[in-house]
Design a protein around this ligand. Structure first.
Ligand SMILES: Nc1ncnc2c1ncn2[C@@H]1O[C@H](COP(=O)(O)OP(=O)(O)OP(=O)(O)O)[C@@H](O)[C@H]1O
Length: 229
């Protein structure tokens, strides 16, 4: 389980997160939702130990963050972290050489799942295929947790559908997923838990199934209530 407890963050003198707390469990998809600039990416970067906390604490399976964290979790950013001149195949070889947790079988399955051409250069990929390669590289690591920053951002409906299918496929089974998005429609039915952020604060968080049963409301219904009130 990932426990984010009273976390705050300042960039210089600018406070961007204030007392953010939530829990994300394995086997569940937790969505961090909020408009641009509310601090969603910063939360993911802090969990991935890529930027220091200004206050509070983050624990992963009971342990505080350490440089070894990359063996427990994968951070999939919204831009591809590979040189544009590399082919997909070379990127796979690079990841395989670098990470002990690389799972080649899963990588091959994901290449097929996304119908990618291994000989294609990163620079020549469409936005949708770039997002898919990013997911392929991240999800081929055997980690318990996956952090995805805006995997649907700026891509067409067909790529979005393929990425949505990924969420109901076995590739994420038993893993804890935290996803940031402002486009919940595609995956609304797959999200287990929602954390609404606004100006660096948690406005509301809830279990989607409980909300549906108790109040008959979808994520979008609650979103309208929370952000339009
Ligand atoms: N390295 C940095 N230095 C200074 N300010 C930063 C840095 N990174 C982010 N910020 C600021 O922190 C705030 C939160 O940014 P963050 O990227 O976490 O938001 P976000 O909700 O993920 O936004 P988006 O949806 O646009 O990705 C913004 O005001 C941003 O300008």
């Amino acid at each position: 389980m990932i426990e984010v407890k009273n976390v705050s963050k300042k960039y210089g003198r600018k406070a961007v997160l204030h007392n953010v707390s939530f829990i994300a469990k394995r086997g569940e998809i937790t969505a961090l939702i909020g408009i641009n600039g509310v601090g969603k990416t910063t939360v993911l970067k802090m969990i991935a130990n890529l930027t220091p906390l200004s206050g509070g604490e983050i624990k992963i399976d009971g342990s505080t963050l350490s440089p070894k964290g990359y063996e427990t979790l994968t951070f999939i950013p919204d831009v591809i972290p590979m040189p544009p001149s590399m082919t997909i195949d070379k990127a796979i070889v690079f990841m395989r050489d670098f990470y002990k947790s690389w799972n080649d079988e899963r990588a091959n399955e994901l290449v097929k799942f996304f119908k990618l051409d291994r000989a294609a250069k990163i620079a020549d990929l469409s936005k949708g295929n770039t997002a898919k390669v990013n997911l392929l590289l991240g999800l081929s690591l055997d980690t318990h947790y996956v952090l995805m920053d805006e995997p649907f951002s700026g891509i067409d409906i067909f790529s979005r559908e393929q990425i949505t299918d990924l969420f109901s496929s076995g590739f994420l089974e038993d893993r804890g997923v935290i996803i940031t998005t402002h486009e919940i429609n595609d995956i609304e039915h797959l999200i287990d838990k929602v954390v609404f952020l606004d100006e660096g604060r948690v406005l509301k968080q809830f279990d989607t199934e409980e909300m549906r049963l108790a109040e008959g409301k979808s994520i979008e219904d609650v979103m309208r209530e929370v952000y339009q009130s």
